[in-house]
Design a protein around this ligand. Structure first.
Ligand SMILES: [Zn+2]
Length: 249
């Protein structure tokens, strides 16, 4: 007997699914995701639903691979397609954060060290201004003990969302990170520049004899982030145009 799915909130404009599929490929091209990782966006017409690709390497995602989910991360209609094990990251962040409309989860390599050590990730330059609000680290051991590290149910997703609190990025100890934004373009921008920031911070540490780094201050971060969310979208337009040239969608 086939399992009953929750009802769909309705179809989505083809440009939206094309942008979401393109976001997946942009993140792959920028080295943020590889065979793993995913990006989602809230359903534009239904805040209690989100959209995400089926379980697939991000560089291969096409618009037809997008599935609609409830905020409990149940597929509304998967047509037999597999879902990402860690889709609960997305559903639980959307539940807790009305202001978030897109989420990226990645294991981008330069970011990982900052989830392992006491040296906090800080905003190294204006493009990464969103980090100046603070970058919490989620440790799955707190509350769940010894696990396979994956966010594979609502309880673990909720714990991660609570650690993220009102910030834009959270690191996940010995796993990866999440970046979010009020739009798909902003979440992708933040995921890309979190990885770039990590590389810059590792360089800054290596040339600082006393370990002191003059990072962006909180207020500087707020001011610079405001600019990034408008003029900074030039980067999204470039990346989106590059994907369109390769795919015709
Ligand atoms: Zn993961």
């Amino acid at each position: 007997m086939s399992r009953k799915h929750p009802p769909s909130a309705g179809s989505v404009d083809a440009n939206i699914t094309a942008d979401l599929a393109a976001a997946s490929r942009i993140l792959a091209e920028r080295g943020v995701v590889d065979g793993f990782g995913h990006v989602s966006m809230r359903h534009p017409n239904a805040p209690d639903r989100f959209l995400m690709a089926k379980s697939l390497a991000p560089a291969l995602v096409r618009p037809g691979d997008i599935i609609e989910y409830t905020l409990d991360s149940e597929p509304c209609e998967d047509l037999g397609r597999g879902s990402f094990l860690e889709r609960f990251i997305h559903g639980e962040i959307y539940k807790l954060r009305d202001d978030v409309n897109a989420v990226v989860h990645s294991h981008s390599p330069s970011v990982i060290p900052f989830g392992l050590v006491k040296n906090n990730m800080r905003a190294m330059f204006h493009n990464a201004a969103f980090l100046a609000a603070g970058v919490p680290v989620f440790d799955i051991r707190k509350g769940f003990g010894t696990t396979d590290m994956l966010i594979c149910d609502c309880a673990k997703g909720l714990a991660l969302a609570e650690t993220l609190e009102d910030k834009h990025v959270a690191l996940m100890r010995a796993h990866g990170s999440v970046a979010c934004g009020d739009s798909l373009a902003t979440a992708v921008f933040r995921a890309v520049y979190t990885e770039v920031n990590a590389r810059i911070q590792l360089s800054a540490i290596s040339i600082s004899p006393d370990g002191e780094i003059e990072a962006l201050e909180t207020q500087e971060g707020i001011l610079a982030d405001k600019i990034n969310r408008t003029a900074g979208m030039r980067a999204w337009n470039l990346w989106r145009t590059q994907i369109r040239a390769q795919t015709n969608w």
